[in-house]
Design a protein around this ligand. Structure first.
Ligand code: SF4
Length: 216
């Protein structure tokens, strides 16, 4: 990675930071377990939709034990509107089982342990570690972060693990938690998948993709 790339990233990052000094996870949760379940549910689904489903879900199933006991069909019914509900229910029940069996029903606080849970890849683990525990183990790379990183020309990769590696190199560790969410929110609210709002984007002059969208 060249010094010039690092410098360009820093300029972009500082502008985004100025625009959005606070960037937090928008999934409603009361504890690490709720955040874990919400993050599993948020795959291919909006946070808004997840936040509509989770209050009722956690009222019914407030603990990992409650999810273990619940019949899969019941959990599926409760989370149906988040999409891919069969797979998500299977992962949530599987994760709950593992928490009860191996982790005294507590969500672990290391990347290594989190990655042993069904349905948990680095993105989910980074959300839980960063948001619930304040541990900067890596950078959250979801679909928004991946898209923004590509459009800004910092990566050509679509593999989230490779994109995360680039972002970890571009950001100092103390910015990993905030920075991931900052880029994510820029993608969610400005650099949208279908119609990015380049006219009001404060980093447009530094973005190689702007011309692609302003032409349309
Ligand atoms: S200029 Fe457009 S494409 Fe580039 S980051 Fe901003 S919104 Fe995204």
């Amino acid at each position: 990675m060249t010094a010039e790339t690092k410098k360009r990233f820093k300029t972009i990052f500082n502008r985004l930071r100025k625009e959005r000094p606070v960037a937090v996870c928008e999934l409603t949760h009361q504890n690490p377990f709720e955040l874990l379940v919400s993050t599993i549910l948020s795959a291919q689904c909006t946070d808004d939709r997840v936040n509509k489903v989770t209050p009722g879900l956690f009222k019914k199933y407030p603990t990992p034990q409650a999810f273990v006991k619940a019949p899969a069909e019941e959990v599926e019914k409760s989370i149906r509107s988040t999409g891919f509900f069969r797979n998500k229910a299977k992962n949530i029940k599987g994760a709950a089982e593992k928490l009860v069996r191996n982790f005294k029903s507590k969500v672990p606080d290391t990347m290594e342990q989190l990655l042993t849970l069904p349905g948990v890849a680095r993105k989910t683990a980074n959300v839980v570690l960063g948001v619930a525990y304040g541990i900067p183990a890596g950078v959250v790379v979801d679909t928004h972060v991946a898209r923004v990183s590509q459009r800004l020309g910092f990566t050509k990769d679509s593999d989230p693990v490779k994109i995360e590696k680039v972002l970890m190199e571009l950001m100092p560790r103390e910015d990993w938690i905030y920075g991931g969410h900052l880029i994510l929110l820029h993608g969610r609210y400005v650099c949208k998948a279908k119609k990015p709002e380049c006219e009001k984007c404060i980093i447009a002059d530094l973005c190689p993709s702007k011309k692609l969208f302003l032409k349309k």
